[in-house]
Design a protein around this ligand. Structure first.
Ligand SMILES: Cc1ncc(COP(=O)(O)O)c(C=O)c1O
Length: 359
């Protein structure tokens, strides 16, 4: 941060932005990474890059954050909700084919909790139907599916550096571009619809308005904050793995006695250790555990409400009951505290407090 301030480059695309982007390109093996102001904005860039038109359809998992859908809804796309798998809570790839119509343009798998979706199947279906795959990898930086980094499968992928994420600059994100045909236009869209990047590379002698776009560039001050963590990503992931394993090992017998389900990570997935959740037997049990922990000064929280049941979901013609696994998961899931500094006695106290509870 000091260095960034001394550089006198507080706006975007300064030396730290370049360092972050190069680091992601090299460590993940993606042709181009662009820092953005958020994952939401990176998703909006995807919708612009895909040239979505009103009436085009985009399939998203019902169990996700609003932005996964909203970024595409903003371009007039009709949002189609897919239910999730009961094990990983990721989009149920076996439902995809049924949801595809001639208007389907994209599917947006979300790697929930940083555990990979069934990308082989999803990519095969998308290829056969000529639809784009955009990975919402907000949770999954440095997670892997079958040995390959999440975020490297779709033609485009997005990352979040929001303060709730493993690596953060408060608010921030990235667009990963795996299909090089999108690179030049992505640079333009990110730079307010101008060819400023080409100008700085000396490829044009002035820059001007050439396309749609907005202001999606992250300040270099935030990039400096981010780079300090990206440099130490392996250590951060090691710490988070230790927290996750402490929870798992400390709760596995309690969970099986109390009909509570712990996260499932298929053997072909290396997770990103983004969160630790419990699935309680009922909504009442989940609420009771939240209250039990709150009484011990421990903050636990639920997660997404089913998008299809929201006011906006209903506008897209969604019907109550169309995504039963999402509904049931949303009622029963609880997230335990999970941040990089969580360790020692504080972490043990959370485990003990959960074990004192029986649903
Ligand atoms: C799956 C998913 N996608 C997108 C986002 C939005 O991220 P951001 O806050 O960086 O816009 C979130 C936020 O947590 C998320 O969980």
């Amino acid at each position: 941060m000091h260095q960034a301030l001394e550089n006198g480059h507080a706006s975007g695309d300064g030396p730290f932005t370049k360092k972050c982007q190069t680091m992601m390109e090299q460590s993940l093996g993606v042709p181009r990474a662009l820092l953005t102001t958020s994952c939401t904005h990176a998703l909006e860039m995807c919708a612009l890059l895909l040239d979505l038109q009103p009436g085009d359809e985009v399939i998203v998992p019902d169990f996700t954050f609003v932005s996964t859908a909203n970024a595409f809804a903003l371009r007039g796309a009709r949002i189609v909700f897919a239910d999730i798998r009961p094990d990983t809570l990721n989009i149920d790839e076996t439902q995809l084919e049924r949801l595809i119509t001639p208007r389907t343009r994209a599917v947006v798998p979300v790697h929930y909790a940083g555990v990979g979706c069934e990308m082989d199947v999803i990519l095969d279906i998308a290829r056969r139907h000529g639809i784009a795959v955009v990975e919402d990898n907000a949770h999954g930086l440095f997670g892997k599916y079958k040995g390959r980094y999440l975020g490297t499968f779709g033609c485009l992928a997005t990352q979040s550096f929001h303060e709730t994420k493993n690596i953060t600059c408060g608010e921030g994100g990235a667009l990963l571009i795996n299909d090089p045909k999108y690179i030049e236009r992505a640079e333009i869209i990110r730079e307010k619809g101008t060819n400023r990047s080409r100008f700085f590379r000396g490829q044009v002698d002035k820059y001007t308005w050439v396309d749609f776009g907005s202001s999606y560039v992250l300040s270099d001050l935030l990039a400096a904050f981010l780079f300090a963590q990206l440099e130490r990503w392996e250590e951060i992931q090691r710490r988070r793995r230790a927290i996750w394993e402490t929870y798992y090992n400390g709760l596995v017998d309690w969970a099986s006695k109390n009909d509570v389900r712990l996260p499932i990570v298929p053997p072909h997935c290396e997770q990103a250790y983004h969160m630790f959740y419990l699935i309680l037997p009922s909504l009442e049990a989940r609420q009771a555990l939240i209250a039990h922990l709150r009484a011990r000064d421990i903050l636990s929280v639920f997660h997404y409400l089913p998008l299809h049941m929201s006011d906006m979901g209903r506008r897209y013609g969604a019907r109550r009951g169309q995504c039963p696994i999402t509904q049931s998961t949303s009622d029963r899931l609880l997230r335990l505290p999970f941040f990089n500094e969580l360790e020692g006695r504080v972490l043990e106290r959370v485990v003990e407090a959960v074990r004192e509870f029986s649903p």
